[in-house]
Design a protein around this ligand. Structure first.
Ligand code: ADP
Ligand code: ASP
Ligand code: MG
Length: 594
């Protein structure tokens, strides 16, 4: 006998028949001796329909009224499911987020959960009822009791948060696929089911576009050690377990407002190789990293920023002991990587820097919190520390700095984010036993911005990203290019980054306004991009994984526009039109299909 939280997504409760089938499953769980709290989404595509209605009235509807509107979808499904349970003779009661007391911060359309009142839930459970709770919604604290929503896909987060607050034995997410697959089966039909995945990998996959789980749900499961399973609501198959480390008990206050950053990392055993002016055509990255892999060189950070004319820059880091070998490969390759009919000016140039260190901050708490990267950049800028390379994902920001600045940088970041330095992340010991790549994801809902000629001095990245953060714009992948230019004696570099498609125009306007004040060059916006990513803890210290991804794209004749990496992830930006083909090619290259 235990307490189970079950969550059913939109398709799972998309019709009367489906609601009745769900009621049967819930009743069977009760008959097996469990107490059950059920969380449901709105029926089928209800939420999309409501969004469309709002947009037909106003292109930019007020966030508060959006919450009032969208929260109605879940109220329909909870009452119907409760009736269906009662019709089966199973006592049940439906409750909205406000009635439960799912208390959130007052941020409309993207609220985070602060805490959950459990008294009423526990009372109904004790009475032998199934409690059916509306997902995706909450309420602000007294006196306003404003209705809030958690962001699209947020019912998963409601369910895992309830499981944490109630100390439930298990949280089961029922959906329209058999569990978590190697990629989206709608785009790659032979995607395979995984029986388990670590929460670190799932967190990356979810934030990179695998919408089967809301990333914030994975974050809560990890922080509170919630036993989380994703399964089909059509079958009795076991589905996929998301494995969280066992955590010490922690207060269920500020459930989602824990620290934005979990740890600060320093790696002083790194050296940088940069190739400037390599040809911007498919296959270049594949050739270079293929040869590095051939020589068993383990590449860590890889960065390729936007092209300039018909050339690109690619920079990467390796362990110091491998630098000579890596330099030799880069130098040998540089003539091959230049433009075919290029002049000498166009030939690739190799730059080496032995005296660098990598500092990183990590933490799922950064997701949806626009200011975290900016805060890191500001702290470093205030201490006069210049950032050389920047590579970010939604859960990680890595920068390289001059080696002499490394100690200071880390001390400062630990202080800024109030966290300890972690020398080694808590990956499983035997990462080589893991497949190099667990999953592949595609995010087609991004836009890319680039600022040319940003003066290369401390504080510029901080200024840019603080401005965006102040406007509530979350930045995903940030890349600072290697190539510098000298204009009237001022050294400058390009910075490129991606944002959610809907924020593209806003970010573009804002940066164009700031352009003159800061003497930047052009600000460019490209909406027609897609991001493909590979994720796996097994790629750590395994040479050649990124090269294999680049080779797959080259074979499909797909040009890579930008590259950014973290320890367990490689992401490439490609043209939007190439997105699905890129996903399929990569999935095939890693033999992830059936
Ligand atoms: P629900 O309404 O149940 O919350 P969602 O539509 O939010 O369902 O999420 C399930 C969908 O996620 C699947 O139908 C599938 O198309 C998509 N998806 C994307 N990536 C993956 C993946 N790696 N594994 C499984 N499903 C995925
Ligand atoms: N109904 C909401 C949405 O469509 C929440 C959810 O389904 O998780 O985004
Ligand atoms: Mg969902």
């Amino acid at each position: 006998m235990g307490l189970i939280v079950q969550k059913y997504g939109g398709t799972s409760v998309g019709s009367v028949e489906r609601i009745q089938a769900v009621a049967q499953r819930v009743k069977a769980t009760v008959q097996a001796g469990h107490q059950v709290v059920v969380v449901v989404s709105a029926m089928g595509k209800t939420t999309d329909g409501l969004v469309k209605l709002a947009q037909d009235i106003s292109p930019n509807p007020c966030r508060r009224e959006m919450d009032m509107l969208l929260s109605t979808g879940e109220q329909v499904s909870i009452s119907l499911l409760s009736m269906a349970l009662q019709a089966l003779g199973q006592p049940a009661i439906s409750l909205t987020g406000a009635q439960v007391g799912i208390v959130t911060e007052p941020a409309h359309t993207r609220a985070r959960i602060l805490h959950i009142e459990t008294q009423r839930l526990e009372r109904h459970l004790k009475e032998g009822k199934v409690v059916v709770v509306a997902g995706f919604q909450g309420v602000t604290a007294a006196e306003d009791f404003e209705v809030t929503t958690l962001g699209r896909g947020g019912s998963d987060t409601s369910a895992v948060a309830l499981a944490a607050a109630l100390a439930a034995n298990c949280c089961e997410i029922y959906t329209d696929v058999p569990g978590i697959l190697t990629t989206d089966p709608r785009l790659v039909p032979d995607a395979q089911l995984m029986d388990a995945i670590t929460c670190d990998e799932m967190l990356e996959l979810a934030s990179l576009g695998a919408k089967v789980l809301h990333p914030r749900a994975v974050e809560i499961a990890r922080n509170y050690g919630v036993d989380l399973v994703v399964r089909s609501s059509w079958t009795d198959e076991p589905g996929t377990r998301v494995i969280s480390p066992v955590r010490q008990p922690r207060p269920v206050e500020n459930l989602e407002l824990g620290r934005p950053v979990d740890g600060v990392k320093l790696d002083t055993d790194q050296a940088k190789v940069a190739l400037l002016r390599v040809a911007d055509r498919p296959g270049v990255a594949a050739q270079l990293f293929g040869e590095l892999a051939q020589q068993d060189l383990d590449v860590d950070l890889i960065i390729q920023s936007i092209h300039e004319g018909n050339t690109n820059d690619i920079a990467f880091t390796v362990q110091k002991a491998s630098l000579n070998q890596a330099e030799a490969v880069a130098t040998a390759f540089s003539p091959l990587l230049r433009n075919k009919n290029g002049s000498t000016r166009d030939s690739a140039e190799v730059l080496i820097d032995r005296d660098i260190a990598k500092v990183s901050i990590t933490g799922a708490g950064m997701i949806g919190r626009p200011g975290v990267a900016a805060q890191m950049f500001s702290a470093l800028a205030a201490a006069g520390i210049n950032l050389q390379m920047i590579s970010t994902s939604e859960v990680n920001v890595s920068c390289t700095v001059m080696a002499v600045d490394a100690g200071r940088a880390v001390a400062l970041l630990s202080q800024t984010f109030d966290v300890e330095m972690v020398s080694q992340p808590d990956w499983p010991d035997q990462t080589t036993e893991y497949p190099a790549v667990r999953g592949v994801a595609l995010d087609g809902k991004q836009a890319r911005l680039a600022i040319r000629d940003v003066p290369d001095r401390p504080g510029m990245a901080a200024t840019i990203f603080q401005r965006l953060a102040d406007a509530g714009i979350s930045v995903d992948m940030i890349i600072q290019s290697q190539r510098s230019r000298s204009l009237n004696g001022v050294i400058s570099r390009d910075i490129a980054f991606t944002v959610a498609e809907g924020d593209g125009d806003g970010a573009h306007h804002l940066l164009k306004d700031a352009q003159r004040d800061y003497h930047w060059g052009e600000v460019l916006l490209d909406r027609a991009i897609a991001k493909v990513s590979i994720v796996g803890v097994g790629m750590i210290h395994r040479p050649g994984v990124a090269a294999q991804m680049f080779a797959a794209l080259a074979q499909a004749n797909i040009n890579i526009q930008m590259i950014a990496t973290s320890e367990i992830r490689v992401s490439c930006v490609v043209a939007e039109a190439d997105g699905i083909a890129a996903l399929q090619a990569i999935h095939r290259a890693f033999h992830l299909g059936a």
